[in-house]
Design a protein around this ligand. Structure first.
Ligand SMILES: *Cc1c(COP(=O)(O)O)cnc(C)c1O
Length: 378
């Protein structure tokens, strides 16, 4: 009998679609906006567009945001009746691909607006688009002055079906950051140029705060997938992704032995180390071995979890494996083939990210292609 290769995977990634939906409902409510969309760029933050989008659609989500046209096409295939905004603008030549696939471009520059209007003029019908305003982040979007120009140019406006005016906050994760209020005022003032167009400003962090950030449409991303969106507050959303690594060997070492590449760690006691078949090639970041540069708090190395025991990472994370100290787990409770939780309900995503000197977003979107993927709660 042929073996099912999924049974031989070194790691498994379980995505809880029920938690995803409940997080979306939580954010829809806390945002205070009349409508909540969902940001599903980067393959739904690594969780899988083809499974996340239908689950959100059944829950009532009708508006999705992606970075790229190819992602938008996947969303449309999963939820044909949805509105799909393409955040990363309008590359030259993208007009007909966007239009023929029923996608809506987020126009970020005057030049993009002109190209879209010219395309719509050819089509002979005003064509849906969004316009993003740079209210102070100095990333993408057009300046308030450029929006004034757009509004004043008679040869543009008749061809644009502007469905949304957007802006994006630089510091919404930091509650009460003065920059958010400055940006909000710029957005308020600029969007008054087109008073009938719905507005959207809230990412996850702003959606969790609600109030003045709500506008007409919230567009949360990371918090849908269980990531921390706000600094210094307990994460209010449920974990969505659980990553487990399978034990390939339990190695004994004596006090004084050095472990792993570079011999960076010297054992302080006689130890047993469980190696799981997940490594940095799977997106389990090598910088979580030790000495990451923590962004939000200090964590010496990633930890893991096994049957009620918190496990400390030992030595460097290799390409295809990494080790955890299981000396305190009774010998008869742990064996080769068992699964250790690397990320999940007992090992918060953002704690592992902090240990690697990064954020949950990067860890989640970087989880690799070798895992067996399991979807539950759909
Ligand atoms: C990624 C993104 C979002 C979602 O941000 P989160 O912090 O993940 O909630 C919202 N709006 C824009 C423009 C984005 O690029």
């Amino acid at each position: 009998m042929a073996v099912d290769l999924a049974d031989l995977a070194g790691g498994r990634l379980t995505i809880d679609l029920g938690a995803l939906v409940s997080n979306w409902q939580h954010l829809a409510k806390s945002s205070g906006a009349p409508e909540a969309g969902a940001v599903v760029k980067a393959d739904a933050y690594g969780c899988g567009i083809e499974r996340a989008v239908p689950a959100l659609r059944v829950a009532g989500c009708r508006t999705f945001f992606v970075a790229l046209v190819a992602e938008g096409m996947r969303v449309k295939a999963s939820a044909p009746d949805s509105r799909v905004f393409v955040l990363n603008g309008l590359f030259a030549g993208a007009e007909s691909a966007i239009h023929s696939n029923g996608l809506i471009p987020v126009l970020n520059t005057l030049n993009q607006v002109e190209r879209w209007a010219a395309f719509a003029r050819e089509l002979g019908t005003p064509t849906p688009c969004a316009i993003q305003i740079d209210s102070g982040m100095r990333r993408v979007g057009m300046s308030p002055r450029d929006l004034e120009r757009v509004v004043s140019l008679d040869y543009l406006m008749p061809h644009l079906d502007i469905q949304l005016l957007m802006t994006h906050f630089a510091c919404a994760d930091d509650i009460g950051h003065p920059k958010s209020e400055v940006q909000r005022e710029v957005f308020e003032h600029t969007s008054a140029l087109l008073p009938d167009v719905p507005r959207s400003a809230a990412n996850s962090a702003a959606s969790l705060q609600g109030g003045d950030f709500a506008y007409d449409l919230a567009r949360p991303g990371v918090a849908l997938y269980g990531g921390e969106a706000l600094n210094d507050v307990a994460n209010p959303v449920r974990p969505v992704a659980t990553l487990e690594g399978r034990i390939m060997q339990i190695t004994k070492g004596a006090a004084g032995d050095s472990v792993g590449y570079g011999g960076t760690e010297t054992l302080k006691r006689d130890s047993r180390i469980a190696y799981v078949s997940v490594g940095y090639a799977d997106g389990y970041l090598r910088s979580a071995s030790n000495m990451g540069v923590p962004l939000r708090a200090v964590a010496p190395a990633a930890t893991a979890w096994f049957k009620g025991h918190s496990l400390r990472g030992v030595g460097r994370i290799s390409m295809d494996m990494c080790g955890f100290d299981v000396t305190d787990v009774p010998k008869n409770e742990i064996a080769e083939g068992d699964w250790i939780e690397l990320i999940g309900p007992n090992v918060p995503l953002d704690n592992v990210a902090r240990a690697a000197g990064t954020i949950g977003y990067e860890l989640l979107t970087g989880l690799g292609a070798r895992y067996e993927r399991i979807y539950v709660g759909g």
